[in-house]
Design a binder for this molecule. Sequence first.
Ligand code: HEC
Length: 94
Amino acid sequence: MSAALAALLLAALALSAAAPAQALTSDPARGEKLHAKCLDCHGTSLYEPDKRKIKSLKALRKEVKRWGTYYAPALSEQEVEDITGWLNERFYRF
Ligand code: HEC
């Protein structure tokens, strides 16, 4: 086998081994627990329909992410997804 062919095979193997980027799934129950730390600043009343400013799921995720950077270490992508899932299930319902 030529070196070039071997290199090509190796490259193909490496590519197939790399898992496809997986979309995160939300775990709202975990999100509820994680959200406890957010209560230092505000309760949940600002999520109620008469108070809220957030108008879409995308905006909600962005807002959670924004507040997530308040903490050190910042919330992970998965944690942001879990909290967003819980807020949407419990309050926003987009
Ligand atoms: C340092 C205080 C502070 C912390 C910590 C904090 N928040 Fe907030 N949050 C606020 C304030 C103040 C507002 C309202 C003003 C604004 O929109 O900037 C707000 C607004 C929001 C809103 C928008 C509500 C709406 O529909 O108008 C969301 C969602 C939210 N926070 C989620 C979170 C989450 C999730 C966490 C924890 C990861 C968190 N916040 C932590 C202070 C905080």
